[in-house]
Design a protein around this ligand. Sequence first.
Ligand SMILES: *Cc1c(COP(=O)(O)O)cnc(C)c1O
Length: 403
Amino acid sequence: MFQLNENFQKLPGSYLFSTIGKKVNAFTQANPDKKIIRLGIGDVTQPLAPAIIEALHKAVDEMAAAETFHGYAPDLGYEFLRSAIVSAYKERGCDISSDEVFVSDGAKSDSGNIQEIFSVNNRIAVCDPVYPVYVDSNAMAGRTGVYNKETEMWSNVIYMPCTMENDFVPEFPKETPDIIYLCLPNNPTGTTITKEQLSEWVNYANKVGAVIIYDAAYEAYISEDNVAHSIYECEGAKTCAIELKSFSKNAGFTGVRLGYTIVPKELKSGDVSLNAMWARRHGTKFNGAPYIVQRAGEAVFSMEGKAQLKEQVAYYMKNASEIKTGLKDAGYTVFGGVNAPYIWLKTPDGTTSWEFFDYLLENANVVGTPGSGFGPSGEGYFRLTAFGSYENTLAALERIRKL
Ligand SMILES: *Cc1c(COP(=O)(O)O)cnc(C)c1O
């Protein structure tokens, strides 16, 4: 008789966004006349840039003629896209070769799948609060031990609290981890660390023999000069770091689906190359991102594409700045919003994250995300995204100010 992967039974239930969805639905049913503004889920709202639409149309037309039709894409990505990615790294002073680039359908899959090439005996360290995929994918693989409902922590996960007390900068843990997940600029806190601080993490990982899984999904939102756009800007990163990138937040590909992962050839365990392992894994389980979508990805790196996307990012960051200053003026303590499209606010008067969620939903009809949904250290915080329209952002702020 079949048996199940019992690790799935250990997972805590009720996904954050489904709980939010249920609460919002209940509210709208009871108050059909109220217009809700959603600044909760981290999804973009602006349409794809013209350069990308043009590339998509062109690639679709190619599929209509036998001479230009494309079937299966190369497992690891088309050379035209991988070399565009390599050039972008070169502009940042990072020496990445195209056989270190693995094109995928997005950073969520890669961040969930990458743990497969590591032993089940490895210990992971994560920031708290955290993007839930890192922990849950390791839990499914049986790497996280026992879940404690009271503390909301796994027995075999090292948590690195990131709170206003340490300026949201993770500290080196007391116990030595084998795999360290870093997402910078950070979802959910919207904060980041300097290149100097990141270099310290690279040195630490090299010293203790850990690997850093570096999620750079929000790289395009960096506005400050002393922040690294890639972990490979830090000396020594190629022997300890895997970098995950996405087209979702910089180019609006959340519904188009495209991402890539960098696994440097210098990254080894003994004489085993992680690059070769990931190539084997990716080639076995993934049959390539669509040709049409990879052409769209190529357009992201074109002159027109870059100019148009810079404007798109600026549009969202204008929202971020409005939210941040608006909330500050209203007396809130706010973080983030400078190098990332998220505002992380301290809930007022000691209210819990969920109490503040209900308060905002009922009184301002604005939906945000309770910080506690991202981990125990997120309790007492609340996330608002800058991904809405400018008009909705201003309207939401006006309502919050009137409370
Ligand atoms: C949005 C996001 C991603 C991107 O995921 P895709 O699958 O590429 O859409 C990755 N990591 C974090 C932390 C994110 O917030």
